[in-house]
Design a protein around this ligand. Structure first.
Ligand code: ZN
Ligand code: FE
Ligand code: FE
Length: 275
């Protein structure tokens, strides 16, 4: 049994979202904790969340992978904007506690010229503070394509954040498009890349995957997602991923350019790959 899903809107509530997921063959999903390009969030309904949790258990769903806002930059240069981003992180984790045991994934941030070292420190400081209340949520750092001044474009930076935070509640989400664009050749040598991840970060920290093909060649540092099989990674890469012993039990989230029918097709395609 693989846990495969896609990004879904939760504006109709979580119970409806679980039903939508099930209707397209998904058994996990991702959702934005607030407007992906803004900061506005609506408070979740605790009763709706509780019913959704029970329904997911009944349907044997895997762990959900919530996604923080793209605009939340924990290492932006302006101290006031940085404090605001840190507040958003804290608020997201507080609201995630209504869906206990699930994952909260976010883009570590862009240091915008401050340098990677300063950026890593600022991200870690915000994380330490946000994790202090002990909400029942595991936070995942998303591996990035290394576009512009993005932090997390290589495994070493992810490890540095984890070490700085010093918490077991921090894991990693590998986005296949991002790491390919970042220079990790998962098409030719998936085993080699995972061995390097294990050496640098530790496979036990790997908690989720974003499955995206890439519109660009290896090391392009671009971050443009393609549909599965329609980019440089190709179907075979995803066949390998779906069946890899270190990956096959992780929640796998599609972030491909699709509407629901397209996602339904891709989920079915990935399930066909299962050996
Ligand atoms: Zn992402
Ligand atoms: Fe992603
Ligand atoms: Fe991306």
């Amino acid at each position: 049994m693989r846990y495969i899903g896609c990004h879904l809107s939760t504006t109709g509530g979580f119970v409806n979202t679980v039903k939508t997921a099930a209707s397209i063959g998904a058994n996990t999903f991702a959702f934005f904790t607030r407007n992906p390009r803004g900061s506005r969030a609506k408070e979740e309904d605790p009763a709706d969340c509780a019913v959704a949790m029970a329904l997911m258990q009944e349907l044997q769903f895997g762990t959900l992978v919530a996604h923080g806002s793209y605009t939340m930059n924990l290492c932006t240069a302006d101290p006031e904007a940085r404090a605001f981003a840190a507040q958003i992180l804290e608020d997201d984790l507080r609201r995630m506690a209504l869906l206990p045991g699930n994952f909260y994934n976010f883009h570590p941030g862009s240091h915008v010229g401050q340098g990677a070292e300063a950026g890593i420190q600022q991200i870690s400081d915000a994380l330490k503070k946000a994790l202090a209340p002990g909400y029942p949520v595991t936070v995942l750092l998303e591996a990035m394509a290394g576009k512009g001044s993005e932090i997390g474009g290589n495994f070493t930076e992810l490890r540095q954040i984890i070490d700085c935070v010093g918490s077991d509640e921090v894991g990693v989400c590998l986005d296949t498009c991002h790491i390919w664009d970042g220079g990790y050749d998962i098409a030719a040598d998936l085993d080699g890349v995972l061995a390097e991840f294990d050496r640098v970060v530790g496979l036990r920290r790997l908690r989720a995957l974003h499955l995206n093909d890439s519109k660009n060649p290896l090391s392009a540092h671009k971050d443009r997602h393609a549909c599965i099989g329609e980019g440089y990674l190709g179907e075979k890469t995803f066949q390998n991923i779906i069946n890899h012993p270190a990956l096959k039990d992780l929640p796998m989230i599609l972030e491909t350019p699709n509407e629901l029918p397209g996602y339904q097709k891709e989920i079915a395609l990935l399930r066909q790959f299962e050996e």
